[in-house]
Design a protein around this ligand. Structure first.
Ligand SMILES: O=P(O)(O)OC[C@H]1O[C@H](OP(=O)(O)OP(=O)(O)O)[C@H](O)[C@@H]1O
Ligand SMILES: O=c1cc[nH]c(=O)[nH]1
Length: 174
């Protein structure tokens, strides 16, 4: 199967810039804001949003990377026991937590992330920012901030490549 490029580095930069502005519009009190990036690429995207917010507002908002593995719904109990370990060092109580991820598909990753966040505290609100929403949700989850809606078939795969991980920025479909 061949891989086709849908978006280039410039597109990705524009999407992130727009999302950063939208976040600032929706959450004007930056003391309230916490970014949680889903490892791995979501964490790098969250760092880019953090840099943009710093550039626009002069405030470095707190950020934490989250590995959702112990919270997945398709792993056995032995792995689930890892849940007992503290996953967040930041205080999430009374914050507006923005989960950041690359692709939103079934919604199961985000369900796991919300479980991890709720285990760690009681935020005032949890919001979701994704670069690509490709549809096919299996849970009642939607994104508040979306880079691009890309309608797909079940058979297709969307990949967000990032310079930090993959050497270049691009969004592809296979
Ligand atoms: O909405 P969902 O159906 O949960 O799919 C979205 C998730 O799938 C991908 O992660 P994946 O588990 O493929 O791991 P990867 O990021 O290491 O590729 C992607 O990074 C999202 O986190
Ligand atoms: O197409 C998909 C589905 C889930 N996660 C991805 O990164 N791409």
């Amino acid at each position: 199967m061949s891989e086709r490029i849908l978006h280039n580095p410039q597109d990705i930069k524009r999407m992130l810039t727009r999302i950063a502005h939208e976040i600032l519009e929706k959450v004007p009190n930056l003391e309230q804001l916490v970014l949680v990036g889903i490892k791995r690429r979501g964490e790098f995207l969250a760092h880019r949003l953090q840099d943009l917010i710093l550039k626009f507002e002069g405030v470095k908002v707190p950020l934490e990377g989250l590995d959702i593995t112990p919270y997945r719904d398709d792993i056995d109990r032995k792995h689930q026991e890892a849940k007992q370990e503290k996953v967040f060092t930041l205080d999430l109580n009374h914050k507006t937590v923005i989960i950041v991820d690359d692709v939103l598909y079934t919604g199961r990753t985000i369900r796991s992330a919300m479980d991890a966040i709720m285990d760690a505290g009681r935020p005032d609100a949890i919001r979701l920012a994704v670069m690509v929403d490709r549809g096919h949700r299996e849970l009642p989850i939607r994104a508040d901030f979306v880079g691009k809606n890309i309608p797909t078939s079940h058979k297709e795969i969307i990949n967000l490549h990032l310079e930090e991980v993959d050497g270049e920025d691009k969004i592809t479909i296979i």
